[in-house]
Design a binder for this molecule. Structure first.
Ligand code: PRX
Length: 698
């Protein structure tokens, strides 16, 4: 094993026989090894010098490369893409796009003419170059002590077996496969197996209800479902197979049939033999993952696909309508996810990288599965929650695996911060080199706690702004290349050209605040909304022709740094003043007694909208009117009197999904007194919080 990687026990729950390395490499010297050499039609023997192989050292270096990426994107990304294996090289004029709905259909193409496979680049490439025995994934179960690991060779074996099983079910290029699993290593394996044969994966977060799963399977016409009997999160049992069965029944009642279900037997409560433990099972349709895959060969040819071949769908909620199936394609996504991972985190091959996101969200796709593996890192897969069994769990995992890069959500940090600093004291976290955050604005207090305490003041904090639709990081500080400002994502990544518009669509220059748009595509731009290209055009390109509309507001400061002010659909308009909920929250959270705050707009008879603040106090703090006044004053002095909250509600907690995102829809309904219209709250980590909030409302 690579020296930097701790030696661990055999992978949990993977009783598959693994081939030894020499025999493995020999057996793999078949079609795809041959084609990795220079004999493939169209491939070049002399590769140009690839770009972005070294980390960015300074703002000057960034400025020069950024200018080049904007001046000639096709040659820039072509040079970056040289680092990957392409079965056939892209055409010289490989890049084209139209972002203007008034000039015709929206389209984006990168690496046109090229053929590749992302699974090959994430696995085979490393095994071929002698790194098959390096760890690929480290698994940490819900309970301390339940762990496992898989090498690149082992992962490739299991990917191939699964790919062969899917082929036997009739799955081929372009078919959608649904994945509904907890955070076990088999989830990234399932994604890679789809990619290997050109199938399109649609991962549905394990916290979604049967209804949500059914809707997604129907929309993408998935005939095959990869799932799991269940799992544990903290002390809660998750019965995934039961939910999956309900979803399949719902599909059937509406005329869509799921033909084959493969069920990974997760070791619930650390006890093996879950098959016998009463998991519902339908003969003829369902099969158990482990014994079934053991029957399939650990070799599977790669399906070479065009660069624009669909790679995955990921459903995401907009402000209106049913969730949209955001479509990403192969070549551009591969190059962009890998390159941002490497540069955002200064990731070297063999580094132990921990992204705490679930693979049910885009962060898990790009920065737990594809990005780290494309860079030959060791990716940590954690099934549990950061507060179980104690709030020290994350720090213990970092020490246990010697994690170098830790990437998490501000909301998780705020919750850990609230538990108290003492939970850090039994760990050193000396292995950490770069810290990252994603998903929401990070308030300066949480930023400082992360930087000063978690990272002992040694590690840069990379605040990454991006979206499901963007596939990869868009605005972020490259570590050690320029100074951070807590709360700002700072500057655009290469090839990303942000524009700030006023609400009439006029481009603003210099220091300004408005709508955040993108003028041009980056390689992992979403290509469509699955099955509804019109909705894609209307939603993202309709509002301001010529630009991609992010749905976020942003401010640009005198140094050109971007500050995300929050979703524009969450913007509150008070007496004609637009107020970003994020700004108000940050001002309240700056109070030393505040653990977390969330703000929602509600209908106000005089001002149009009023501001309603849900405030969670730190443990042990007794709520009182003086505190209210201080927090109110904080907002007045940080933003202005017009932004001071009309209501401060001492909240027992905030309604969050299991991925840690605050469910603002619920807050808006409670703030507006519409508690009968809360909608689906089944994805909340703790649904009882809704009742508690209603009961404690002023
Ligand atoms: O509002 C922005 C916020 O999250 C939205 C995208 O959400 P989603 O597609 O679920 O992807 C989350 C993970 C990339 C954005 O429109 N957002 C994401 N990152 C940040 C952020 N807001 C502020 N700062 C960030 N770093």
């Amino acid at each position: 094993l690579a020296p930097s990687v701790p030696k661990l026990a055999q992978p949990a729950g993977t009783p598959l026989v693994h081939s030894s390395l020499p025999c493995y490499r020999k057996s793999r010297s078949c079609s795809h090894l041959a084609s990795a050499s220079s004999t493939a039609p169209g491939s070049t023997t002399m590769k140009p010098q690839p770009l972005l192989t070294n980390f960015i050292q300074s703002k000057e270096e960034y400025d020069a490369l950024y200018a080049r990426s904007i001046a000639d994107p096709a040659s820039f990304w072509g040079d970056v893409a040289e680092q990957f294996h392409w079965e056939k090289k892209w055409d010289p004029d490989h890049h084209s796009f139209n972002f203007d709905v008034t000039k015709g259909p929206i389209n984006v193409e990168w690496f046109k003419g090229g053929f590749t496979n992302i699974c090959y680049n994430a696995l085979d490439r490393h095994v071929m170059t002698g790194h098959g025995n390096q760890h690929c994934m480290l698994f940490e179960g819900n309970e301390p002590g339940s762990d496992g690991a898989m090498t690149y060779t082992q992962v490739l074996d299991e990917v191939c077996r699964l790919a062969n099983w899917m082929k036997a079910q009739g799955i081929g290029k372009g078919d959608c496969v649904a994945i509904y699993m907890p955070m076990v290593m088999q989830l990234p394996i399932a994604m890679l197996a789809c990619a290997r044969i050109g199938a399109v994966h649609s991962v549905v977060f394990g916290g979604f209800s049967a209804d949500a799963l059914a809707g997604r399977m129907e929309d993408c016409k998935a005939r095959v479902l990869l799932t799991c009997n269940g799992g544990m999160r903290a002390t809660k049992k998750i019965e995934l197979k039961q939910i999956a069965d309900q979803a399949i029944e719902m599909c059937a009642s509406r005329g869509h049939t799921v033909d084959s279900v493969l069920v990974f037997a997760n070791h619930k409560d650390g006890v093996a033999g879950a098959e016998a433990a009463g998991t519902p099972f339908t003969q003829g349709r369902d099969a158990w993952w482990q014994p079934t895959l053991a029957e399939f060969p650990a070799l599977c040819d790669v399906a070479w696909v065009p660069a624009e071949h669909p790679l995955f769908l990921l459903y995401t909620s907009g402000s209106t309508g049913k969730p949209k199936g955001v479509l990403h394609t192969t070549g551009g996504y591969m190059v962009y996810a890998a390159t941002t991972t490497k540069h955002a985190f200064q990731l070297q091959p063999g580094d132990v990288f921990w992204c705490t996101a679930d693979c049910g969200w885009i962060t898990g796709h790009s920065y737990l599965a594809y990005g780290p593996l494309l860079n030959r890192a060791v990716s940590v897969v954690f099934e549990g929650v950061p507060t179980h069994p104690t709030p020290a769990r994350s720090w213990e995992i970092i020490d246990k695996y010697q994690v170098k890069q830790f990437y998490t959500a501000p909301t998780a940090l705020r919750s850990l911060m609230r538990s108290g600093d003492e939970w850090l004291s039994s760990t050193s976290r000396q292995s950490l080199q770069v810290l990252g955050t994603v998903g929401e604005p990070i308030n300066p207090e949480a930023w400082h706690w992360f930087h000063d305490l978690v990272g002992n003041g040694r590690c840069p904090v990379v605040d990454t702004w991006w979206q499901t639709e963007t596939g990869g990081h868009m605005i972020l500080p490259l570590p050690r290349a320029w100074p951070a400002k807590p709360g700002s994502a700072t500057l655009p990544f290469f090839g990303v050209e942000p524009v700030i518009l006023d609400d009439k669509g006029v481009e603003l220059q210099g220091e300004c605040e408005g709508l955040l748009m993108m003028r041009r595509p980056w390689p992992s731009t979403l290509r469509s909304v699955y099955g509804d290209h019109k909705r894609y055009e209307e939603n993202y390109f309709g509002p301001y022709p010529g630009y991609y509309f992010t749905g976020d507001g942003a401010r640009r400061d005198k140094d050109g740094y971007y500050w995300i002010t929050g979703r524009v659909d969450d913007v509150i308009n008070v007496s004609g003043h637009r107020i970003g909920t994020a700004e108000v929250e940050s001002a309240i959270a700056a109070h030393h007694d505040c653990a977390e705050a969330a703000v929602a707009g509600y209908e106000h008879p005089v001002k149009g909208q009023g501001i309603y603040a849900f405030v969670v106090l730190k443990e042990g703090v007794v709520p009182n009117d003086q505190l209210k006044k201080e927090m109110w004053t904080n907002v007045r002095t940080t933003i202005g009197a017009f932004a001071a909250p009309d209501v401060i509600h001492w909240a027992p907690g905030l309604p969050k999904t299991r991925s840690g995102k605050i469910m603002r829809r619920v807050l808006r309904k409670i703030a507006g007194g519409q508690e009968n219209e809360l909608g689906d709250t089944s994805t909340l980590a703790d649904p009882s919080i809704v009742r508690q909030l209603i009961e404690t409302r002023n």
